[in-house]
Design a protein around this ligand. Structure first.
Ligand code: IPE
Ligand code: IPE
Ligand code: MG
Length: 239
């Protein structure tokens, strides 16, 4: 398979361990991760990949210390207000997935701003999962559908996969490829619905070290996979 993934997901894990291995604070690992993300997003623009979803902060990450959470929230504001301005030149549309509550007002404002500024971009879509949980996304879709049933604008017999999809946070194609850095082999509540038939790849490097070369290697891995979607390969069909 030589095709490129149309939608790629990156679970950016390992910032804390990257920092610890260098005798640094976890917050410095997050800064290094953010620097790497900027480089990587520029690099990904060279590939023809129309949708990129990144896991920036899970709803479960609020369990971390107040210091770490507030440091991350500050970092998000700086990223969306300043560091991600280059995305405008790259014609990238930025959108977000996740719940608003309990994100601080400043973070919500910086999210709205970059979303608004890039909404007419016609290049790739960058979907940032922030305060995101895959199960919560399905629960929230169920609530929206329930309301439509109650309001009489939807009939129970009309509910199918496309109705569920329309009620998710964003209108995105299925994930083709999910990369989780740092060697952990789990998805930690990332885009459960969208990843039903995704290929997975778990490089050992921590996210700050997942550079352009590592990304190109990941694409090679993807292209070596055989996706069957429950069927069988054409050449074996009649044997
Ligand atoms: C990922 O790195 C970043 C976020 C979850 C925000 P971690 O902070 O989880 O790093 P490790 O897994 O502790 O090394
Ligand atoms: C998943 O990483 C969330 C992000 C990368 C934003 P975690 O580090 O939070 O996941 P667990 O706790 O190892 O499952
Ligand atoms: Mg982690």
């Amino acid at each position: 398979m030589e095709q490129l993934p149309k939608h790629i997901g990156i679970i950016m894990d390992g910032n804390g361990r990257w920092a610890k291995a260098r005798g640094l604070k976890r917050s410095q690992g997050h800064i290094a991760g953010a620097d790497n993300l900027k480089k990587l997003l520029r690099h990904i623009q060279k590939w023809d990949i129309p949708y990129i979803s990144i896991y920036a902060f899970s709803s479960e990450n609020f369990k971390r210390s107040e210091e770490e959470v507030s440091g991350l929230m500050k970092l998000f504001v700086t990223l969306f207000q300043k560091e991600f301005q280059f995305l405008k030149k790259e014609n990238v549309r930025v959108c977000f997935s996740g719940r608003k509550e309990p994100l601080p007002e400043k973070v919500l404002q910086s999210m709205d701003k970059i979303q608004e500024e890039t909404k007419l971009a016609t290049g790739a879509t960058l979907n940032i999962c922030l305060n995101y949980g895959g199960q919560d996304e399905i629960v929230d879709a169920m609530k929206k559908i329930g309301k439509q049933l109650k309001d009489g604008v939807l009939d129970i017999n009309q509910i199918d996969r496309s109705v569920v999809e329309k009620n998710l946070y964003q209108n995105l194609p299925p994930l083709d490829f999910v990369i989780r850095t740092s060697g952990e082999k789990r998805i930690s509540n990332f885009m459960l619905w969208q990843s039903a038939y995704a290929e997975y790849y778990f490089p050992e490097v921590y996210f700050p070290d997942f550079n352009e070369e590592e990304f190109d290697r990941a694409i090679e891995v993807y292209q070596s996979r055989d996706r069957r979607y429950g069927g069988i390969k054409d050449e074996n069909k009649n044997s």
